[in-house]
Design a protein around this ligand. Structure first.
Ligand code: AMP
Ligand code: GLY
Length: 433
């Protein structure tokens, strides 16, 4: 089988690595891919993950059995629809289902309509009405979100009226987030530990994967700016069996059924960003794809062939497939460029990696790397090319063991101004007893 994966980050490296373990997959392609991915798949670095025309043309040239569309933007833009029209089988939702991530106003409306637990909210396009609303509520912190995609930066937690008014103005008046911020959601502030649950769904059946915990802030102790994610662990020890039952009954099944009822069947990986509040589990956000770096800790624990799952989702027979998981733990520590998520430099040589971009005892998922040309030396040189650079990932019988292995390797891998958090998994270890 030939499989083309769209995207070029650590998540895509984890997905392609899972495919590489399948006896069914004999040719793997990636567009654009990255330095590390090029060790296991043929990459097309000149093709952008958001360029629908170029991806359809590439698919026509390669004629893959499946195209796996991994990132949010192309899914929301309708890449799957276009690939299907051109006759290709795909993994990932069509645009009318990807809207679950593409529009907070849509997803909040869906949850309200179907009684799926989430923070109370109101949606606004008029800045005066939004300001009048927060003044009347006068309750802080309050959460202000852009309707559309904003690279994870469209959520502002305002501690007081001044911050709330500024956030509303930046979105609705100054157009800081472009079209994504032309409508906003103002919602109630929730508290409690966060859990990510990814789930396979074919539009009817939903099979949750192993739970995980992301660490979104840039610095230790959850300080600094929000990032795409600085590290993950799986399973999340705070997500007990009781919580699993509650979420299946009140959140996962109702969401999949609601989408089917709305004529928007969701086929692919549905991401549930949950908060375990004192009043039950609530949805913080839906994403229409695997999380990054959640995929990096969840997929290594998957024992069922990912190709079998992809086929079952496409053919809508997920109900009949048993999806098996290892009972080990997995940890991923992200090594980022100094300065990320703000300004950072690239092009730094990475030391501590072998020819294939790997390191003994761990799996190194490449997020922002490229191969540097060094023909004279005849050895592969990996250079940094993004904010998040590597995800050092290890599995073990225990979470502590997985973290020890990952951090052991992190110390042996370096590049100029590398930055990583020292406390990945700490909260899970402390609170998860
Ligand atoms: P989102 O992009 O919607 O996941 O929001 C980013 C982060 O903001 C989440 O991971 C939470 O930590 C935080 N957040 C979002 N919504 C709320 C809320 N209603 N209450 C408290 N924190 C929130
Ligand atoms: N790690 C968070 C996300 O993928 O949205």
């Amino acid at each position: 089988m030939k499989i083309l994966t769209i995207g070029g980050g650590g998540r895509e490296h984890a997905i392609i690595n899972a495919f590489s373990r399948s006896p069914k997959a004999d040719k793997l392609y990636a567009a654009p891919g990255n330095g590390g991915i090029s060790a296991i798949a043929e990459c097309y670095p000149e093709i952008k993950a958001t360029d629908i025309e170029a991806v359809v043309d590439l698919a026509k040239k390669l004629n893959p059995d499946y195209v796996f569309v991994a990132p949010d933007d192309p899914l929301v833009m309708g890449m799957v629809d276009r690939l299907n029209e051109a006759g290709f089988k795909t993994f990932g939702p069509k645009a009318n289902a990807a809207i679950l991530e593409g529009s907070k106003v849509f997803s909040k409306g869906l949850m309200k309509k179907y009684g799926i637990p989430t923070a109370n909210y109101e949606a606004f396009t008029d800045p005066d009405k939004a300001v009048a609303y927060i003044k009347e509520k006068n309750s802080y912190p309050t959460v202000i979100k852009c309707d559309g995609l904003a690279l994870g930066k469209g959520v502002i937690i305002a501690e007081n009226e001044e911050q709330a008014v500024n956030a509303i103005k930046s979105m609705l008046l100054d157009g800081k987030f472009g079209k994504s911020g032309s409508e906003i959601v103002i919602e109630e502030y929730l508290t409690g530990p966060e859990v990510t649950v990814l789930a396979f769904t074919d539009g009817k059946t939903v099979k949750p994967m192993i739970s995980s915990m992301d660490h979104k802030r840039a610095y230790d102790g959850d300080k600094g700016l929000n990032t795409g994610g600085m590290g993950t662990i799986a399973p999340n020890p705070l997500y007990t069996e009781e919580k699993q039952k509650e979420c299946m009954e009140k959140i996962f099944l109702p969401t999949v059924r609601a989408m089917e009822k709305e004529g928007r069947p969701f086929k692919g990986c549905l991401y549930f960003g949950l908060m375990l509040t004192p009043r039950g589990a609530k949805v913080i956000e839906y994403n229409c794809r695997f999380g990054d770096p959640e995929a990096q800790v969840v997929l290594p624990l998957l024992q069922t062939d990912l190709v079998d799952i992809m086929e079952a989702v496409w053919e809508e027979r997920l109900e009949d497939l048993e999806v098996k998981w290892s009972d080990e733990s997995c940890a991923c520590v992200v090594m980022a460029s100094g300065g990320y998520p703000e300004r950072y430099e690239t092009g730094k040589e990475i030391s501590g990696l072998d020819e294939k971009g790997q390191h003994k005892g761990v799996y190194v998922y490449h997020a922002g790397t490229k191969l540097g040309g060094n023909a004279a030396e005849k050895r592969a040189v990996y250079l940094t090319s993004g904010g998040r650079v590597l995800g050092i990932t290890a599995t073990d019988q225990t979470l502590q063991g997985a973290l020890d292995k990952a951090y052991g390797a992190v110390k042996e891998i370096s590049f100029e101004k590398a930055h990583y958090r020292m406390d990945i998994g700490k909260r899970a270890l402390n609170e998860g007893q």
